[in-house]
Ligand binder design. Structure first.
Ligand SMILES: [Zn+2]
Length: 290
């Protein structure tokens, strides 16, 4: 009888406990979504992948051949797609290959693991391709998806996976929190000037836009959670979320979040950045009722 042993996830003890219980009872889902800050979600996915191919009793033992190969990134049963920095990491062909590969028995371990990092950048077409294997998951296969927010995924994908919301030891973004705070405040400011001023640079810098949108989405998500009486904070910017949430209804916050998701999808589809940012500003102001 083997057990899961997770260390180093302080602040996420409840999730660790749930995972350990499910694993020990052989009830771990075939598909797991880990949402939250990049560092935490991707670190946990890596440990779970290692545990899945470990042959020790307290997993991951860190010493068996499976663990050693997993650590070196050379385990033949762990397949990883890294989509946090590259929104084109999940082409539909790659998902189709995973789909057919999933039905082939593992090479060495008892379980085959597919680690898909940053699936907030996965297109709807690729998600639908993935859904087919989620609907009839093969035995001995574990899908570990990580996302800034599971809400970026189709409801049909979310409903077939177990979702864990991780808290961050630090916010998983390189964007200055003070800038994000100003941006969040500008959405509901008296006039539009602040928002236009703060987003002017994003038009010229697609990578920055790519980093700002998920973080704005997280702040909006947190604002909606706080508004509903919850306390979980994924953005690491609770004050900005609280300030934003104080002036808006939950419905308005969710339609703002919707606008951000739409902009992110448009960005993935290579929309013209100037038009995208201009439309986003107008749509955010409208959704906030300003
Ligand atoms: Zn091991």
């Amino acid at each position: 009888m083997s057990s899961l042993r997770l260390t180093g996830f302080s602040g996420n003890e409840e999730i660790v406990r749930q995972l350990e219980l499910s694993f020990g009872g052989g009830r771990l889902a075939h598909a797991i979504i880990l949402e939250g800050p990049a560092q935490e979600r991707n670190a946990l996915a890596a440990v779970l992948a290692k545990a899945a191919v470990c042959s020790g009793t307290a997993r991951p033992c860190g010493e068996c051949p499976g663990c050693v190969k997993a650590q070196a990134g050379s385990h033949p049963d762990i397949f990883t797609l890294e989509g946090d920095a590259d929104p084109r990491a999940f082409p539909i062909d790659a998902i189709r290959r995973i789909r057919s590969d999933a039905y082939i028995r593992p090479n060495e371990a008892q379980t085959k693991v597919y680690v898909l990092c940053g699936v907030q950048n996965m297109s709807e077409a690729s998600q639908n391709a993935l859904l087919k294997v989620f609907e009839e998951p093969p035995e001995n296969v574990l899908f570990l998806l990580t996302a800034s927010s599971a809400s970026a995924l189709l409801p049909t994908v979310r409903s077939r996976a177990q979702i864990f919301s991780l808290e961050g030891a630090r916010a998983g973004t390189d964007i200055d929190p003070a800038y994000m705070e100003k941006l969040a405040a500008a959405v509901t400011a008296v006039n539009e000037t602040d928002l236009l001023y703060l987003t002017a640079d994003l038009i010229k810098d697609k990578n920055r836009l790519r980093a700002v949108l998920p973080q704005l989405g997280l702040i909006l998500r947190d604002a909606a959670v706080l508004r509903s009486g919850g306390s979980s904070c994924l953005s690491g910017q609770k004050e900005a979320a609280a300030a934003l949430g104080a002036g808006l209804t939950r419905e308005k916050l969710l339609s703002l979040l919707d606008e951000v998701q739409k902009a992110r999808r448009a960005l993935d589809q290579n929309a013209n950045t100037a038009l995208l940012v201009t439309a986003l500003c107008a749509n955010l102001r409208a959704a906030a009722g300003r």
